[in-house]
Structure formats: structure tokens, C-alpha cells
Design a protein around this ligand. Structure first.
Ligand code: ADP
Ligand code: MG
Length: 208
């Protein structure tokens, strides 16, 4: 996976979020303040502009600038959380010009660890962590079992989608949705939903 592959990944993430902007907003209107679609679209549009203008020349530089751009353009909880994830992924990518599948898996886990450190959410709190954790676990497990990267990434995507779907009955314990208490149950978490778009983008653009 080279810089061009990472650029394709982030651009595809931006495209999927843009395409689903109203859906993400609808989910956030049920248990939040109806801005997740707008927040993420604004941030990712700025990221695509940054990629066009700056053309970062290593995977790490690209991920770092993506994280910085998200932190500075996305209002709300999701900006610092996604921003931290990308900054941690950048650090895990090191100076390499190309990354192998094992390094990508380590990178994704570093991103998850960043979200956990920053947001202090636990599994089951009805947040983006509930989609990202099973995805990262599935990627590690399938790669360890010798599965080729494209299949392993598909398995990670499915695990993330199951985690996203499993947020529906949960009562939120972090973020704005937690203000609703029991009334947050019965709705899918917006952040867990956008995380599956990040995973879906990886599954179609990163083929190792
Ligand atoms: P805001 O809640 O500030 O309006 P967004 O609507 O953009 O920000 O993002 C909401 C999403 O952020 C939630 O659906 C949830 O997945 C995620 N989130 C909120 N707080 C946390 C946290 N502490 N840890 C992890 N994810 C969180
Ligand atoms: Mg919101």
C-alpha cells in the first residue's frame, strides 16, 4: 500500500460520507443534534482539497495532514476523535513509503487506541468504538489465520457492520446521545455508522 492507495482510501471515505450525508444527519437527529453528516462532510471536503493542493508524499504525511485537517474543520465530538485516530495511524505508519497488510492492521489498531484514549468510551457505550473495535479485532484475527488482505478487510468490514447494527438497542453512555439516557435505545449510532464507511472505503481501495 503506497501513498496513492491511501489517498484513494481517504477520497473514497469522503465520497461515501458525502453520499450518505443526509442519512448520517437523520441518525444524529434521533439521538444527537443532527450535525454528524454535515460535520463529517465539511471535514472530508476540506481533506480532499488538502490532498489536491498539498499532495502529501508518504502514507504517514497524508494521514497526519488528514487528521490535522479534520481536527481543525469538524466541530463536535467526531472531529477530535477521527482526527486523533488519523494522527495515531500516521505515527504507526512511520517513515515507510509502502506498508504491508500487517502494518496496516497495526495502524488501524493504533487509531482505535487513540479514539479510546481521547474519548474514554468503552465497548458497548454506543459510540464509534462499537464498530471500530470488532473490525480491528477481525482484521488481526483473519490476517493471523493467513487470509489474504482483501478477504481479511471484507471480514473486518462485516464485523464493523455487525458492531454498528448492535448499537441500536444500546443505551448511550458517552457523547450527546448519553443526555437522552434510556431514550437513546432503539436508534443506530451515527459515529459507528460513519466508521463502517471508513472500513468500506478501505475494503474497496486497499488491496495490499
Ligand atoms: P457531536 O456529538 O458533538 O454533535 P457528531 O454528531 O459529529 O458530534 O458525532 C457524534 C458521534 O461521535 C456519536 O455518534 C459517537 O459515535 C461519537 N462519540 C461521541 N462521544 C464519543 C466518545 N467519548 N468516544 C467515542 N465516540 C464518541
Ligand atoms: Mg452531533
Amino acid at each position: 500500500m503506497d501513498t496513492a492507495a491511501f489517498s484513494a482510501w481517504i477520497r473514497e471515505f469522503a465520497r461515501l460520507v458525502g453520499q450518505n450525508k443526509d442519512y448520517l444527519t437523520e441518525l444524529d437527529s434521533a439521538i444527537g443534534d443532527a450535525d454528524h453528516g454535515a460535520n463529517m462532510t465539511r471535514g472530508l471536503n476540506a481533506v480532499v482539497k488538502m490532498l489536491d493542493e498539498e499532495k502529501p508524499d508518504t502514507p504517514s504525511a497524508l494521514l497526519k495532514r488528514t487528521g490535522m485537517t479534520l481536527v481543525s474543520t469538524v466541530g463536535g465530538a467526531s472531529g477530535p476523535l477521527y482526527g486523533t485516530a488519523f494522527l495515531r495511524m500516521a505515527a504507526a505508519a512511520g517513515d515507510a513509503e509502502t506498508l504491508d497488510d500487517g502494518t496496516f492492521a497495526k495502524m488501524l489498531r493504533a487509531g482505535l487506541d487513540g479514539v479510546l484514549a481521547r474519548g474514554k468510551a468503552q465497548l458497548g457505550d454506543k459510540t464509534m468504538v462499537d464498530a471500530l473495535t470488532p473490525a480491528v479485532d477481525a482484521l488481526d484475527a483473519t490476517l493471523a489465520a493467513g487470509m489474504p488482505f482483501p478477504d481479511a478487510m471484507q471480514a473486518a468490514l462485516r464485523a464493523g457492520e455487525e458492531g454498528r447494527d448492535a448499537t441500536v438497542p444500546l443505551v448511550a453512555r458517552k457523547g450527546r446521545a448519553s443526555y437522552l439516557g434510556e431514550r437513546s435505545a432503539g436508534h443506530q449510532d451515527p459515529g459507528a455508522t460513519s466508521v463502517t464507511m471508513l472500513l468500506a472505503a478501505a475494503a474497496t481501495t486497499l488491496t495490499a
